[in-house]
Design a protein around this ligand. Sequence first.
Ligand SMILES: Nc1ncnc2c1ncn2[C@@H]1O[C@H](COP(=O)(O)OP(=O)(O)OP(=O)(O)O)[C@@H](O)[C@H]1O
Ligand SMILES: [Mg+2]
Length: 379
Amino acid sequence: MPLVLLVDPDARFRASARSALSALDAVDLDETGSLDDAAASAAATRPDVVVLGPSLPYPSCLAFAERVAAAGSPARVVIVQSAVTLDSVREAMRRGVHDVVPLDGSWSEVVAAVRDAAAAAPHPEEPGRPAPQRAAVFTVFSTKGGVGKSVIACNLGVSLATMGLKTVLVDLDLMFGDTAIMLDLKPERTVFDAAQSFDRLDAELLRAYLTCHQASGLQVLLAPVRPEDAEVVTASRVGTLLDMLAMSAEAVVIDTAAAFDDVVLAAVDRSDEVLAIATLDVASIKNTRVSLQKLAQIGYGEGLASLVLNRADSKVWLDIGEVEKSLPAPVVARIPSDRLVPRSVNRGAPVVLDAPRSAVAKALGELASHVASRVKARS
Ligand SMILES: Nc1ncnc2c1ncn2[C@@H]1O[C@H](COP(=O)(O)OP(=O)(O)OP(=O)(O)O)[C@@H](O)[C@H]1O
Ligand SMILES: [Mg+2]
């Protein structure tokens, strides 16, 4: 039976809508008071129809409809407004809304629109609408600091963009992100601004928060400038932002903080591949093994994670073969240690562009080719 989700902060509207829609005997009804909760429900219970009531701001309703579609949800959105103009309907249709109806005394238009949306929603057993093409998503991950996550994420993003792939780099090290420094970008707009305008965010506005790395064409969603601003960027908002970015790119590369928190899990959740970075010291290897086991324990399937060994040629008295055998994921790249890396960080020019013939740039290029082959396998 189709599920209809009623959304409005006004409980009286929800109660009246429930009683009007009970005329449709072949639907289940659910309700919530806010768009944030509705977004969470749209992901969890996958309603067939979402009815947005007249107390919600109209621009937020349009942005919600776009986000629901970007997240791949099949839900049809019906907006109920106290007054409806032809222009507002046109704009809504353009943004993927199923219908916009006025709230009349008899509720007849609302009931008809919901009946129509429920009938149009694909049934689970049917193939449904073809899913829009979504970017391949790669999370650069390590719960240990200083292992080279940001260096690898920046060089990977730049390499993919240089190969002609439409690529977005997202700096999710929300308190101490340094991709702006590594790529010499001015953080005029960051993920903090995107999270702050969350309620009216649509694909176009989100694009305006990206910063372009001119030398490669890579688009970057930078980390907040002040650590205290990280608070606004909640894990649920990060999830939605990543879903939206994935709809407008071919590859998304995510740099993360040295943590195992909700924000990192929001990224892992959406990843086609988690690139776990380890260096050749016992603490880093133990850390990598434990965090990969933890990911497996909480349900992330085998095959999601692969390993990148950084500073892999260091004279460290560890047998690299033994190290690889002891870790529960395949090794996809070995990046040598090179003084060119800190030099390039200090210059704000990624080493793949700054010293493209060096061994370290070639190893990073091979990692990018591995990732690019996964991107192309999707299309
Ligand atoms: N292959 C390498 N050769 C030489 N130096 C390297 C290499 N990889 C990283 N570094 C250096 O190690 C330092 C830490 O790198 P990076 O900032 O990328 O680590 P991180 O894992 O992102 O750290 P954090 O968790 O603190 O964000 C940098 O100064 C960088 O120059
Ligand atoms: Mg970092």
